[in-house]
Design a protein around this ligand. Structure first.
Ligand code: NHR
Ligand code: GAR
Length: 207
């Protein structure tokens, strides 16, 4: 059966290699996936992920934060303009390394998600794999959450766990988590795009 449905247009924000972006793009090519990847936007000129996106035929853009002289809102207004021109409905952070101001977060409230490489609320911020090893936890993983103004504090949509193994270092642990990120993020985005998971009064509601 083929029924024409309107799929939300997704803009993926990256800063680096974009392996999560690739996993989302590949998932979204499947028939019936409830979102369309319409744009990949980077704050880093020449980020390797931009070329990978172009290889898939996806529109790309760069807004270099360094051009805005530490004026975060001016940087974000420029990103917001690009997102609007491209008629983006949902913003997906995938290895995007700039903290968003409350202004930008409110503009995209309930329509912006992030993947963070830890089992939130554990290990917020950066160097999460080092934090996990130093804490000596037996389990680690990744979380997809709605973005709220407070860093890595948004309500969690989905999580995946991996064991921490004897002899792990930051790299071995990061690779094990990354496999789960690539599996989890397309599932979580589909739930949000289809309206099956939504942000209501600061909590995730499932329908
Ligand atoms: N913005 C808000 N408001 N809330 C969140 O939860 C956000 C966010 C922006 C990005 C991703 C995030 C992560 O998953 C994310 C979540 C960057 C930093 C950071 O310290 C921390 C967390 C995350 C992304 N950035 C430095 C900054 O000054 C720059 C670091 C660098 O360039 O290497 O923005 O962990
Ligand atoms: C991923 O592990 C992602 O969870 C993490 O950076 C990596 C990006 O890889 N994100 C953060 O640490 C956000 N602060 P990718 O560019 O290959 O998707």
């Amino acid at each position: 059966m083929s029924e024409a449905t309107i799929r939300p247009r997704v803009g993926i924000l990256i800063s680096g290699r974009g392996s999560n972006m690739v996993s989302l793009v590949e998932a979204a090519r499947a028939p019936g996936y409830p979102a369309e990847i319409a744009l990949v936007l980077s704050n880093v000129p020449g980020a390797p992920g931009l070329e990978r996106a172009r290889d898939f035929g996806i529109a790309t853009a760069t807004v270099d934060h360094r051009a805005f002289n530490k004026d975060r809102e001016a940087f974000e207004r420029a990103m917001d303009d690009v997102l609007r021109v491209n008629q983006i409905d949902l913003v997906v952070l995938a290895g995007f390394m700039r903290i968003m101001t409350p202004w930008f977060v409110r503009r995209w409230e309930g329509r912006m998600i992030n993947i963070h490489p830890s089992l939130l609320p554990l290990f917020k911020g950066t160097h999460t794999h080092r934090q996990a090893l130093e804490a000596g936890v037996a389990e680690h993983g990744c979380s997809v959450h709605f973005v709220v103004p407070e860093l890595d504090a948004g309500p969690v949509i989905a999580q995946a766990k991996v064991p921490v193994l004897a002899g792990d270092d930051e790299d071995t642990l990061a690779s094990r988590v990354l496999v789960e990120e690539h599996r989890l993020y397309p599932i979580a985005l589909a739930e949000v795009a289809a309206g099956r998971a939504a942000l209501v009064d600061g909590a995730v509601v499932r329908r």
